[in-house]
Design a protein around this ligand. Structure first.
Ligand code: CDP
Length: 234
């Protein structure tokens, strides 16, 4: 390993931001699979915190109580099957991350600077020593502003509503969008240097192809990278 260390390329972060149900998760997961990168869903961290606060009966408005609860909780991220997994006090919230009540409160919880700082730190930990595809709201704009690989994925509100309903979830995405766009700290914005894709009328595969082509154009050597990964036995 040591002989490779001096040749090690710097860790790469591909940022995929966008609003609820825009197709980010499917696109980011598939892109990560193709590239051999680790897939990280930053929303999962915010959801895990919202889930934990619900379990503790802490209202999503109470900044001080939230801070105290977060001081007491151990939020950890690890990697399993090339994806990030989140544990709170060693418990994996699993399917509960998509509970209706989590959908209802997560955007209110994620507006607190303290919460954002904690999640941002966890995301940097995830990227440390790894190539990652991270999806979220502020990954290209705030968390990894220096990465050259930034994408913003969106779709019409009608299409997004249909997609979420097809997933069988009750999710007031218009309200969440409003909260995410209007919050004071790191709101959902299109980073100036992000490549924007409308996914309303295209397949996941087409979006991933478009992103791959773009990555090639801006210098991410995708094929070499696969060979390198194999050669290193990663
Ligand atoms: O499921 P969906 O893609 O709609 O959302 P998510 O990515 O799971 O994120 C859930 C919520 O977490 C968002 O509505 C935001 O309030 C918050 N979030 C954030 O503030 N910043 C991020 N980087 C990711 C998520």
């Amino acid at each position: 390993m040591g002989s490779h260390a001096s040749h090690r390329r710097s860790d790469r972060v591909i940022a995929i931001d966008g609003p609820a149900a825009s197709g980010k998760s499917s696109v980011a997961r598939e892109l990560a699979r193709r590239l051999g990168f680790i897939y990280v869903n930053s929303g999962g961290f915010y959801r895990a915190i919202a889930w934990y606060l619900l379990r503790k009966n802490i209202p999503p408005e109470e900044d001080d109580l939230i801070s105290a609860a977060l001081d007491a909780a151990a939020l950890t991220g690890n990697v399993q099957d090339n994806e990030s997994r989140i544990l709170v006090d060693d418990v994996d919230p699993g399917e509960h991350l998509r509970d209706d009540r989590v959908n209802e409160t997560v955007s209110r919880v994620s507006r607190f600077p303290r919460v954002r700082k904690i999640v941002s730190q966890k995301l940097h930990d995830c990227a440390d020593g790894h190539d990652v595809v991270i999806e979220g709201r502020d990954i290209g704009s705030v968390v990894f502003p220096d990465t050259p690989y930034k994408f913003y994925i969106h779709a019409s509100p009608e299409v997004r509503l249909k997609r979420r309903a097809a997933q069988g979830e009750r999710d007031e995405i218009a309200m969440r969008d409003h909260d995410d766009v209007s919050r004071a700290v790191s709101p959902l914005v299109i980073a100036a240097d992000a490549y924007v894709i409308d996914t309303s009328h295209v397949t996941i595969e087409q979006v991933v192809n478009e992103i791959s082509a773009r990555l090639g154009q801006i210098g991410l050597p995708i094929r070499d990278l696969r060979i390198t990964n194999r050669a290193l036995g990663e």
